[in-house]
Design a protein around this ligand. Sequence first.
Ligand code: HXC
Length: 510
Amino acid sequence: MEKEKIYNRFLEKDKIAELGGGVNRVEKQHQAGKMTARERIEMLLDKGTFTELDKLMVHRCTNFGMDKNIIPGDGVVSGYGKIDGRLVFVYAYDFTVYGGTLSATNSRKIVKVQELALKNGAPVIALNDSGGARIQEGVESLTGYASIFYQNTMASGVIPQISAILGPCAGGACYSPALTDFIFMVKEKSHMFVTGPDVVKTVTHEEVSKEELGGAYTHSSKSGVTHFLSNSEEELLMGIRELLSFLPSNNMEDAPLSAATDDIRREEESLENVVPTDPNIPYDIKDIIEPVMDDHYFFEVMPHFARNAVIGFGRLGGKSVGVIANQPAYLAGVLDIDASDKIARFIRFCDCFNIPLVTFEDVPGFLPGCIQEHNGIIRHGAKIVYAYAEATVPKVTLITRKAYGGAYIVMASKQTGADVNLAYPNAEIAVMGAEGAVNILFRNADEEAKKQAIEDYKTNFANPYQAAELGYIDEIILPRQTRFKLIQALEMAHNKMQTNPPKKHGNMPL
Ligand code: HXC
């Protein structure tokens, strides 16, 4: 009997904790079209693998009558579980408890999970849905954020960190997701901004809806803050699971091998017709990437931002690779500020986590103009060189058509450290295009002479042969052989041993 009493005391507390902010608030959350913190975790993890930690921790605040409403677990559900059988740590803000706001207690729960993840070499997934700093706790709450940001920074490059935004994420709270590797947002339900519409109106007199200011579409297409845009919470959570399948659990491991069912020697006839013979006609670089990857599958990252560059994950011979490509179908694949940022950060992510880089290059150069220059294309473009040069993972580059000027250099050319450089026979590798070059070299020549010079230039320079003769291109390949040639190159470089000079850290142009 005594034992039953003891057990009941525990079961009662546990039940209250499970209910978070209570039945009514749970219902309100559902009415808003949102899942609860526990429902989200349940859907994200392999069935029955979640172990909750600190379920009974409570807040210590007595201001504003807070001591009258103490909910076991406070406003965060945290713990660990498995995704595809691999350990992950997770924490989810519970919007039904004080709007999921951050108390000192919540921050301690989160930091505990972050520390455990770092110590045990497993990814951390944060499910955000919060009104930000808990006003009643004042500086205690702000300090809590600082501790979380510090852990985010310490874990950067050691374990993958993934953030989902499933409701509000306002103020300084945005900086935890921003410090993580990938952000997922869901259409219409999630919003991120440092200052909300009301403050914006007061300070700048701009009238803007929260969706336009910081909705999923805005951050996936305009600001580049978020990497994935999902139609529903379920789609978002499945997206996180899929992303993790391409990643190792920490920086000391390789990404998991998938059982390769696709023939590594598979030749792809369709590739012979993708690149038009006329260099001015666009084509979709994904028509090359997809057929080359295992099972024709490419998992694109940031598909709506800086569409002149394409990044994402695929597998070659069962091994995870990071793909970087110029996109001739959008702005002719030119490099600009946004594309530079997108490419450079992705290269660095892959390098942190031992994921080889495969670059598909077709780039006419950097985008000219005052907007680009005044906003710093020099320092942004430099990030691409820096990221490629610094990366010690295997790096393979394939020039599918144009590789002109500075853009040729920065897109993983031989001397910036690529291991294998390939080109199609129609590749054009030169300082600039024929018309531009002739206008400089033959400025005063008549039209007929210029026409002839353009033809001569195309014959002599708009091809891969000068680069191949000098050893800057290792092999010229036929498009249909692409898949096997890339796999061969990656196999050759699989055990690559390269370390950069010892340093505290480099000073990347930011
Ligand atoms: C305490 C808060 C709160 C907060 C919301 N709540 N935000 N409690 N501190 N910051 C409470 C509400 O009072 C309410 O409690 C419950 O959470 C649910 O909120 P609602 O407003 O009813 O929900 P909804 O209409 O969906 O609106 C959600 C919201 C809104 C958009 C998040 O509540 C809001 O604008 N809150 C303020 C957001 C904000 O300015 N946060 C501070 C940002 S600055 P009851 O009991 O009435 O149901 C910041 C600094 C971080 O975070 C710095 C880090 C370095």
